[in-house]
Design a protein around this ligand. Structure first.
Ligand code: HAM
Length: 422
């Protein structure tokens, strides 16, 4: 038997329905906030991720799926969505549109060669947002509020918003120096990755999966003490807007994010649930004001987030949230003879095209078997075809709950169902 690759999922049955429902809510919310849907390729040239996401991030140095295509070009399955969206923004000259900022949302699979464990997949699905062209703090607050509101709308209760500021370049350089000075005398006690990070990107030591629990990390200097006046004011304004939006948040200096491209506001939303460990982060994001320029576009600020759909479904499951998923059929069409079957084929299609959720018999079951099949699908009405009724232009419709049968004129079937399906 051929089995699926490690770290991938088959989503079907009840989980498939939940998946679709969550996607529907996400789409609805994005539309209400006036975000434009964007689809970018699942593979991009390898260079995009090295330049866009950064050469010191784990997902680029250790976790990408790279391959040479038949033209000997180096390609990479996208490990995240931001770099591709920014590439598309530049390539399609969206910076020239009159309606700035450009507010985009996406939903798609990402690929990371991680050690498979619960909450860490190698093929993962994210939905997310990228807003390009505005540095207004209102955007930062809006982007934090959107996943928060989606989680609330879906019915999650135990979510926590953690925000932090990584400051502007000047603040961050000062902080980098402070971290290097702090960690350097002890660096021999750290993992090989951290040793390498010390001079390249000391911030990432704070985020280390191996050494993260060390007291030395817990007591390290915090970014907020190194913010210059401008960065501090900016961060306070973001918080004021979050207060206006009624978002419950906490300032958490430990949110440094695993990707290189961030500056100023960063955030994560966690699910406070037992058994989650470090994989309780449902979504994360932040501001990246240099990426468009780094990738060859005009200087353009950016901010976004991405949410792991798998983790979101896990949180909904763990909190036992009941999603309003419709597991019922409006009607099931039953028949006996070949003539009735031909009529059933056409009638089923007509009803479906007129908006009803309908099914019929495909396995040659006898009538008793068809009644059972209709029950399996929770059909509300049974449309029982019978040649004699048909000759008189009538159809037998049975309410599957009250068991009451009504003879309905063929031409009035739609109206009858409409009226009685409540
Ligand atoms: P990220 O923190 O790498 O950020 O991923 C965002 C979310 O994707 C995580 O919070 C988690 O829910 C989910 N996720 C990540 N890796 C896995 C995995 N291996 N298995 C399951 N779920 C996973 C980004 O990807 C940035 N592009 C977000 C962003 C957008 N920043 C600015 N704009």
């Amino acid at each position: 038997m051929i089995i699926k690759p490690k770290g991938t999922l088959d989503i079907f049955s009840e989980e498939g329905k939940k998946w679709l429902y969550v996607n529907q809510v996400v789409e609805e919310v994005m539309t209400r906030y006036n975000y434009e849907y964007i689809r970018t390729p699942i593979f991009e040239s390898t260079e995009l991720f090295h330049r866009g996401v950064g050469d010191t991030t784990d997902i680029v140095t250790k976790e990408t799926y790279d391959f040479k295509d038949r033209g000997d070009r180096s390609m990479t399955l996208r490990p995240e969505g931001t770099a591709g969206v920014v590439r598309a923004f530049i390539e399609n000259k969206m910076y020239g549109r009159p309606e700035q900022p450009v507010k985009l949302w996406y939903n798609g699979t990402m690929y990371r060669y991680e050690r498979p464990q619960s909450g860490r997949d190698r093929e993962l699905t994210q939905f997310g947002i990228e807003v390009l062209g505005s540095r207004d703090e209102m955007i930062d607050a809006e982007i934090i509020s959107i996943p928060y509101n989606i989680f609330k709308l879906l019915g999650l209760k135990n979510v926590k918003v953690h925000i932090n500021s990584l400051g502007d370049v000047e603040s961050r350089n000062k902080y980098h120096d402070a971290l290097i000075e702090y960690f350097e005398p002890h660096i021999d006690d750290f993992c090989e990755d951290c040793k390498e990070r010390l001079h390249k990107n000391p911030l990432r030591i704070l985020d280390c999966k191996v050494d993260g629990d060390k007291d030395l990390i817990k007591n390290a200097p915090v970014m907020l003490d190194y913010l210059n006046e401008e960065s501090k004011n900016r961060f306070e304004t973001v918080q004021a807007y979050l207060d206006d939006l009624d978002i419950n948040y906490e300032v958490d200096p430990h949110v440094v994010r695993g990707l290189d491209y961030y500056s100023d506001t960063v955030f994560e939303i966690t699910a406070d649930l037992p058994g989650a460990g470090a994989n309780n982060v449902l979504c994360g994001g932040g501001r990246y004001d240099n990426m468009v320029k780094d990738l060859g576009g005009p200087e353009t600020p950016g901010m976004g987030f991405a949410c792991g759909v798998g983790r979101l479904l896990w949180a909904l499951e763990t909190e036992e949230v009941k999603l309003p998923i419709n597991n019922e059929l409006d009607a099931f069409v039953l028949y006996n003879s070949d003539l009735e079957k031909e009529y059933a084929v056409a009638l089923t299609q007509d009803l479906r095209l007129n908006g009803f959720k309908v099914d019929t018999e495909y396995m040659g079951r006898n009538i008793k078997g068809q009644f059972k099949q209709a029950d399996r699908y929770n059909a509300k009405f049974l449309i029982i075809l019978n040649s004699e009724d048909m000759a008189g232009g009538e159809i037998q419709v049975k309410d599957n709950q009250t068991k009451e049968t009504t003879m309905v004129k063929e031409a009035e079937l739609d109206d009858y169902l409409d009226l009685n399906l409540k």
